[in-house]
Ligand binder design. Sequence first.
Ligand SMILES: C[S@@+](CC[C@H](N)C(=O)[O-])C[C@H]1O[C@@H](n2cnc3c(N)ncnc32)[C@H](O)[C@@H]1O
Length: 314
Amino acid sequence: MDKIGKNRELRGFFHDLFGEEKTEEILLFWENLRKRYTIRVNTLKIDREELIKRLNEKGFVTKSLDFYEDALEIVEAPYEIGKTLEHFLGYFYVQSTSSMLPPLVLDPQPHEAVLDIAAAPGSKTTQMAQMMKNTGFILANDIDYDRIKALSNNVDRMGTLNVIITMTEGHRIAFMHPETFDKVLVDAPCSALGTMYKSDEIRKWWSYEKVRRLKRVQKGLILAGFRALKPGGEMVYSTCTFVPEENERVVDFLLKREDRAEILDIEIKRYKGFEDGLVEYRGEKFDERLKKTLRVLPSSRFEEGFYIARIKKI
Ligand SMILES: C[S@@+](CC[C@H](N)C(=O)[O-])C[C@H]1O[C@@H](n2cnc3c(N)ncnc32)[C@H](O)[C@@H]1O
C-alpha cells in the first residue's frame, strides 16, 4: 500500500495540489527511499575532520553534503549511528537535511537575541546555538512537557550554554517579551505531510478538520513571533508539510494583519525540488510577495518536504 493508503481526503488533497503525475512521482520516490541517516557536526564540541576520522575508525563511512559544510551523510554503518559514543558525547546530532534549512535561512549571528517559539526536541535550537558560537542567547520555548525533557537533554548533550528553556503557550510570548529579539524562528506544529515516508501514522489521522485546528495555532504563533521581533529583526516561519492552508495562507494572514511585515528573498541555492511559494490555491489568491517563500519538495538531497518563509519587521 502506498503512503496515502485509504485516506480519500488525503489522496484528494495530493491530487489537487500536485496533480496525478507529480503525486505518483513523490509517492514512488518515498517508497524506494532507502533509510538515510544524515548528521550535523556539533562544531561547539568537535572539528568536522576529527569527527569524520573517529567515525571512520569505527567503520562508518561518511559523505560530505554540498549545501552545508556541517552536514554529513552516513553511507555505511556497522551499527546504529545513534549508539556511538560520539553521539552520546554530543559530537553530532542526527537531523534530516531539510530540517537544517530553516536555521540556515534565519542565519542567527553571534551575540544576537533569538527566540525559538516552538523548539522541542531542539534540532534547530542546537543548530542555531552552534551558528551563534554559544554567545548571545536563545529563548527556546515549547508547550509540551515531555518534548521539553527531550529538548533539555539535547541542549545538555550538545554543550550549548546560551539556551534558556521555557514552557508556555507560544502566543503569550508576544505579551511577555514584545519587540525583544533580533531573530525569531517559528517552526510550527503542522500536519507533517513532508515526513510521511517515515511514518504510517500520518495518513491515518490526516484530515481537513485537523488542518483547520492546526491553522489556528499557527496563526497565533506567527503573530506572536512577529510581535516579539525588534524593528529591523527577521523571522523564519517553517513547517514540514505541503498544505497551503498551513503555509502560504498563514504567512498571507500575517501580511494582511501587520503592515510592517515584509517578505525577504531566501538566499540559498535553488536545488532540485525547490519551488516558489504559491500565490493562488483552489481559486483563492494570496499576496504576490509569497512567491519569494520556498517549498521544498522531496528529492534525493532533501527527502523531507518543507516550507520556509523569511520575514522582516520594517
Ligand atoms: C515541528 S515541532 C518543533 C520541532 C523543533 N523546532 C525542532 O527542530 O526540533 C512543533 C512544536 O510545537 C510545539 N507546540 C505546539 N503548540 C504550541 C504552542 N501553542 N506554543 C508553543 N509550542 C507549541 C509542539 O509541542 C512541538 O514540539
